[in-house]
Design a protein around this ligand. Structure first.
Ligand code: PMP
Length: 371
């Protein structure tokens, strides 16, 4: 099997898995319990929040652990608008479903939703953002790196504009950005992370929340101001270990992935009917492309038959619909329907790129002969 779908899920790092197993096995107490076993678990929870805060450059009280980015995005969008009576929500058109759908849900609760225009390289059009921002803007959400094209947004510039021109809350989905680009929570109210994109364990994630941003919880019942339920000490600690490793090794991993992306782009550029949808400035981990006249779903299936795993849209998008991301970048309906995504890792071997190229060549010939 040739796995090229790392933006959907990464394999758990064995060191992180071992660390999790040790902590999970040794800490038997509920972190909320007032006895020795509980205090041992609570100590790990405290240490973990402090470590996460140090990594991000914030206060431990600004760290919340979640089950992943879907929960983090829902908590941020619904939680920060809970006490606001309507108003405008501004989104980039490259948002993941777990940001877009809560916003569309809030539309039914009296909010309006406006989508930002993009520049040719996929970055948010800052003039359009300035035009849209008004007194009634409640929230702006932008993914630091989107999952389909890998566009890197100028988060600091967007944050500055939002804070200078409005009272709006600014949410950043950093799920695909963590471990790929530098991140700082400056002028950001909430920022989401997910463990399984950074070689951590499925079912865990983190939400940074600026202490000045009022947030209503999604879950009620028992201890925990923002997330009721028994705290997941070992899972949180494993998440922070994954984040620490992803940040420490970010530059070396990035360099390795960049080389593989260049090899891939060179191999793909030989085909007349291939168009690359990811801009050159995208993170090298994500390469979105299309073959003229061949639906992305058909190409994915053909490659799957060759033992190659790639995605159409993101793994969470629905099949058969044109890609909203490719459309937002100015692509035609046909281009949006033919798009699919390769996502790379520092773990991807050169021989895997070569095997992929050979498999792609067979699929391309067969499918374009029919097209
Ligand atoms: N945001 C982005 C940009 C993503 O890529 C994903 C995962 N596909 C999510 C949010 C949702 O993350 P999770 O699976 O942790 O809920």
């Amino acid at each position: 099997m040739i796995y090229l779908d790392y933006a959907a899920n990464t394999p758990a790092d064995p060191e992180i898995l071992r660390f999790f197993c040790e902590k999970e096995a040794s800490l038997i107490g509920n972190g909320n319990a007032a006895h020795r076993a509980g205090r041992e678990t609570a100590a790990l929870l405290e240490e973990t929040a402090a470590n996460a805060a140090e990594l991000l450059g914030c206060a431990p009280g600004e760290i919340l652990f979640t089950s992943g980015a879907t929960e983090g995005n829902n908590l941020a969008l619904k939680g920060m608008t809970a006490d606001v009576l309507g108003g405008q929500i501004i989104l980039s058109p490259l948002e993941h479903a777990s940001v877009r759908e809560p916003a569309e849900y809030l539309k039914k609760r009296g909010f309006t939703v406006a989508y930002l225009s993009l520049n040719r390289d996929g970055t948010v059009d800052l003039d359009h953002l300035a035009e849209l921002l008004k007194r009634e803007t409640a929230l702006v959400a932008v993914a630091a790196v989107d999952s389909e094209l890998g566009v890197v947004q100028p988060v600091a510039e967007i944050a500055a504009l939002v804070k200078e021109r409005s009272e709006a809350r600014f949410h950043v989905d950093a799920t695909q950005a963590a471990g790929k680009v530098p991140l700082a929570p400056e002028r950001i109210d909430t920022m989401t992370f997910s463990a399984h994109k950074i070689y951590g364990l499925n079912g865990s994630g983190m939400l940074y929340r600026n202490r000045r941003a009022a947030l209503s919880p999604l879950f009620h019942g028992g201890h925990g101001a923002f997330r009721a339920g028994t705290p997941t000490a070992a899972l949180n600690a494993a998440f922070v270990m994954a984040l620490n490793k992803a940040q420490t090794e970010r530059e070396s991993r990035f360099k390795e992935v960049k080389e593989k992306n260049a090899a891939l782009r060179a191999a793909l550029s030989r085909y007349d009917k291939v168009s690359l949808n990811s801009p050159d400035s995208a993170v090298p981990h994500i390469l979105n492309l299309g073959v003229e006249g061949v639906r992305g779903t058909v190409m994915r299936q053909a490659l799957d038959g060759e033992g190659v795993c790639v995605s159409v849209r993101s793994a969470c998008g629905s099949d058969g619909e044109p890609s909203a991301a490719v459309t937002a970048l100015g692509g035609s309906r046909r281009e949006a329907l033919s798009s699919w995504r390769i996502s790379l890792s520092h773990l991807t071997g050169e021989e895997e790129i070569a095997s992929f190229a050979a498999a792609f060549d067979r699929c391309y010939r067969r499918l374009t002969a029919k097209a």
